[in-house]
Design a protein around this ligand. Structure first.
Ligand code: DGY
Length: 327
């Protein structure tokens, strides 16, 4: 007698190849129209499901878990998983997984895009061309700052932070970093990076890139006090998660010229970013596209699907966040 396949819900549009793979192993409820589920509708849709493949736009909290009594695993299509209440999953024996590794280089590239774009005012000058403001070459026209030979400070030296640091080599930058603890000396050598205190990093860096995960501990890690410790010429890059920066404090400082500029891919309450950002010329704004290349998003979705299938087959998912939940 053939065993019935586990039932899984995929909350957002994914690639055809992801669905094809999932369908080999599961009965799949997809959402290729990509209309995000409201929390209550998500609970209803999940009532008879064994697995959930979700995105950072879905909140997996105790209320949702209570609505899904059969749920065995949650596979996030993201490396960050602050949308998932992991202890609540563990308490219910629900395995939670994420997608580390496959997005490191693309996310590092985007952090660099923001650094270079902010330093050379690239979105501002493009706006000026489009507005017909460019009437000819001038020596002092829309001057930027150099990235090469500057000091890069990286806050959060995990895989993505290290990929950002390695890219600094060609720019002959001095690289300093702060992390919960120093990385292994061998990795420091590969990154050509030196560990400093958080305050030293704030005071010495020309470019500060944030790459820490969002958590209650990193909420508003950068606020008024930290911004005040930065050089007036500093550029701040947030390519990790909204909430790590106090956006209102950042806007205030940018307006006063307290730092030179900011390159942002993530925001508090995104996608409803603070409208004051839109009025500032010294910010480069991107809409949470850090990992958004075709190859990387395909790899993330496939890894999430593989995590989910492994968990539902009783195997150890490659990227299990809460091993205690495995029964
Ligand atoms: C991640 O993987 O955490 C990214 O922010 C998703 O794009």
């Amino acid at each position: 007698m053939s065993q019935s396949k586990p039932r899984v819900l995929v909350t957002r549009e994914v690639f055809d190849e992801t669905l094809d793979y999932l369908r080999q192993h599961c009965e799949v409820v997809d959402n290729q129209r990509d209309v995000p589920y409201a929390p209550e509708a998500l609970g209803k849709a999940l009532a008879d499901c064994d697995g959930l493949m979700c995105a950072l736009t879905d909140k997996v909290d105790p209320a949702l878990l209570a609505a899904a009594p059969k749920l065995k695993s949650v596979a996030n299509i993201a490396v960050g998983y602050n949308n998932i209440d992991v202890p609540a999953c563990t308490a219910r024996g629900v395995m939670a997984t994420n997608t580390p590794g496959v997005l490191d280089d693309s996310t590092a590239d985007l952090a660099w895009t923001l650094m270079l774009g902010t330093a050379r005012r690239i979105t501002e000058v493009e706006r000026r061309i489009r507005n017909g403001e460019w009437t000819g070459w001038q020596l002092k026209q829309w001057l930027g700052v150099d990235v090469h030979h500057a000091t890069l400070g990286i806050v959060g030296m995990g895989r993505i932070g290290q990929a950002i640091a390695r890219r600094a080599f060609g720019f002959e930058m001095k690289v300093i970093y702060h992390n919960r603890k120093p990385i292994a000396p061998e990795l420091e050598r590969k990154c050509n990076a030196a560990y400093v205190s958080f305050d030293e990093l704030l005071a010495q860096s020309d470019f500060i890139v944030l790459q820490v995960p969002y958590s209650p501990q990193t909420h508003h890690l950068i606020g008024t006090a930290q911004l005040a410790k930065m050089k007036r010429s500093a550029i701040l890059i947030n390519s990790t998660r909204g909430g790590v920066v106090d956006d209102a404090a950042l806007i205030d400082v940018l307006k006063k010229g307290g730092i030179r500029g900011a390159g942002l891919d993530v925001y508090e309450n995104e996608p409803k970013l603070n409208p004051e950002f839109l009025k500032l010329d010294n910010v480069v704004l991107a809409p949470h596209v850090g990992s958004s290349t075709e190859a990387t998003r395909k790899a993330m979705a496939m890894l999430a699907a593989q995590n989910l299938v492994a968990a539902l087959q009783g195997k150890l998912p490659p990227n299990l966040i809460n091993p205690e939940a495995r029964r």
